[in-house]
Design a protein around this ligand. Structure first.
Ligand SMILES: NC(=O)C1=CN([C@@H]2O[C@H](COP(=O)(O)OP(=O)(O)OC[C@H]3O[C@@H](n4cnc5c(N)ncnc54)[C@H](O)[C@@H]3O)[C@@H](O)[C@H]2O)C=CC1
Ligand SMILES: CC(=O)C(C)=O
Length: 252
């Protein structure tokens, strides 16, 4: 059975990806800073899937995660660097703490995951697939998310460059770019926007959803369908891409 790691797999988009990859036949290593959630999700999907603790901001943690998964299951085939955070701060009120946390988790986390997975694939002598979480905010700056948007543009840069350098090993590196996904992350974005703009909770999300051509908010399963494709042989000739899955918000 093929083995996939999904970071941030304990809730939201990551949980949706875990469920889809398990349906596709993968054993899934559900890795999250919230180990209880990771364990619960892993136990519910079968295929010997297992929960792991990881803080993706720590290179040592990510290295150990890959080592532990290979020790448990003998190989790694797909690495999904999904874990990420969002901080809603108007540009002129940006705090250093939020900037550092965003860079550490969203950028360094994806970097460490790509690096460690690539080394493992080369060691195994197998082709492998690396799939990173970017965003619609990695295609166009999203206000008031300057620091967050910067991290998602950075993930695209990492994805393109790693794809070029790793192609010689048969490793593909791509990114998924969701729009407005109805997860705890957007609950918090909406709450912060209501504070900043003095509007009722729920109104910012409703207004944002009105800008989606397909007329509804996105589900984790919508994102997971793209990740399923990118994790499969059907995507073998695609690398270095940052693919929008946003219901028609952004056209490139
Ligand atoms: N929700 C949305 O509308 C969008 C989300 N994204 C991206 O998709 C990814 C997943 O987002 P959501 O599921 O919405 O977020 P979420 O906040 O609902 O879930 C994130 C998961 O990552 C875990 N996590 C956070 N920091 C971690 C760390 N340092 N190490 C390991 N795990 C950590 C959390 O415990 C949680 O289980 C993120 O990279 C996010 O930036 C991109 C575009 C839109
Ligand atoms: C959280 C996120 O990436 C957006 C664009 O809402």
């Amino acid at each position: 059975m093929k083995v996939a790691i999904v970071t941030g797999g304990g809730q939201g988009i990551g949980e949706g990806i875990v469920r889809q990859l398990a349906q596709d036949g993968f054993t899934v290593a559900v890795a999250d800073i919230n180990k209880d959630n990771a364990d619960k999700v892993a136990a519910s999907v079968g295929n010997d899937s297992k929960g792991y603790y990881v803080n993706v901001a720590s290179h040592d943690d990510v290295k150990k995660l890959v080592e532990d998964v290979v020790a448990d299951f003998g190989q790694l085939d797909v690495m999904v660097n999904n874990a990420g955070i969002c901080r809603v701060e108007p540009f002129l009120e940006q705090t250093d703490k939020a900037l550092d946390d965003l860079l550490d988790i969203n950028v360094k986390g994806a970097f460490y995951g790509t690096y460690e997975a690539a080394h493992q694939f080369i060691k195994q002598g197998t082709k492998g697939k690396i799939i990173n979480a970017s965003s619609i905010a990695g295609h166009e700056g999203f206000t008031p998310l300057a620091a967050y948007s910067a991290t998602k543009f950075a993930v695209r840069g990492l994805t393109q460059t790693a794809a070029k350098e790793l192609a010689q090993y048969g490793i593909t590196v791509n990114a998924f770019c969701p729009g407005i996904v109805l997860t705890p992350m957007w609950d918090e974005i909406d709450r912060r926007l209501s504070e900043i703009n003095h509007v009722p909770v729920g109104e910012s999300l409703k207004k944002t959803i009105e800008g989606i051509a397909l007329g509804r908010g996105e589900t984790p399963a919508d994102v997971a369908n793209l990740v399923s494709f990118l994790a499969s042989e059907k995507s073998d000739y695609i690398t270095g891409q940052a693919i929008l899955v946003d219901g028609g918000m952004k056209y490139v």
